[in-house]
Design a protein around this ligand. Sequence first.
Ligand SMILES: [Zn+2]
Length: 391
Amino acid sequence: MCQHHMISFVDPLVTNYTVVDFRNKATALIEDIFARDKIPIVVGGTNYYIEALLWKVLVSTKPQEMDTEKVTDRKVELEKEDGHALHKRLSQVDPEMAAKLHPHDKRKVARSLQVFEETGISHSEFLHRQHSEEGGGPLGGPLKFPNLCILWLHADQTVLDERLDKRVDDMLAAGLLDELRDFHRRYNQKKVAENRQDYQHGIFQSIGFKEFHEYLVTEGKCTPETSNQLLKKGIESLKQVTKRYARKQNRWVKNRFLNRPGPSVPPVYGLEVSDVSKWEESVLEPALEIVQSFIQGHKPLAAPVKMPCNEMENKRSYHMCDLCDRIIIGDREWAAHIKSKSHLHQLKKRRRLDSDAVTAIENQSISPDCDKELKEKGSPEQNEKELKSSV
Ligand SMILES: [Zn+2]
């Protein structure tokens, strides 16, 4: 059995634990495991946290030795202010970042403002610098560790949904409500009474707590029927939220890895887990083979997951059509453009000019090699391919 780390290690009442704290602790552990000639396996969970381990993406505004207290305080302080006012301030110092954030997304707006206040450099500038670091890829900085791979366990949506519903039922059967009730009594009741309960930070933001808020605060103060209804509502919404979260996790794998392959994006190997009775042959054995291959430094038998083309579509990609002298944003728009009448008209015009040029050159009877090259370049498919690859 291998040793597990970082399980139940943060006090549930700690509200200022951040992804930076997580990254620092986990990175130290990973380095220690490597130093002992072992292979660290990261299992999870919260995507944002995992990304912080894969790439050097997180902006660290504080010197490493400084304690985190003060830095966190400033962000919390900022978050108390009005979202629109914060957003307005951000748009003055960092319009690029402000354009990407909704004023309601106070935490991120505050974070970006904090970066600017503490470093004098805008958050977006900070990120640009990181991206241009050596080895930097589309997702941010370079990978923190070489030779890593991702094992993605996935199941049919219906199978997964059933499994998630059952998991909620199992958690309830195992005493989830008592645990929540106890927690509520000890830590949340007083806050609720003072109207300062907080479902945005720490344990209270985790799935399974706020869904039972109504039930917990009214328990014993309303009829058993109402209480029962609120309980049912809580269970139903917990199931919904759990399923939504699972979809979000899958989307993350698609958007962050599969849609943007490149040198600084690790390969993703899919393992099919719809039928648990086939665990050994469809998950365990292929996983071991993949990991073994990585350790020995050769290619695994299994091929990494690739996305079908249409799902690789980029809505913000920049295309320049030299023929029409137009800028087109988005893959779909680009695909439509190259089939459009106006573009085809330009293409025809160009081909006519090209063939005229070829005829003219042929008439001057130049060497056959040059001629061949010109003809290849002039073929219509080649033209389109060149257009696409040059954007
Ligand atoms: Zn065009």
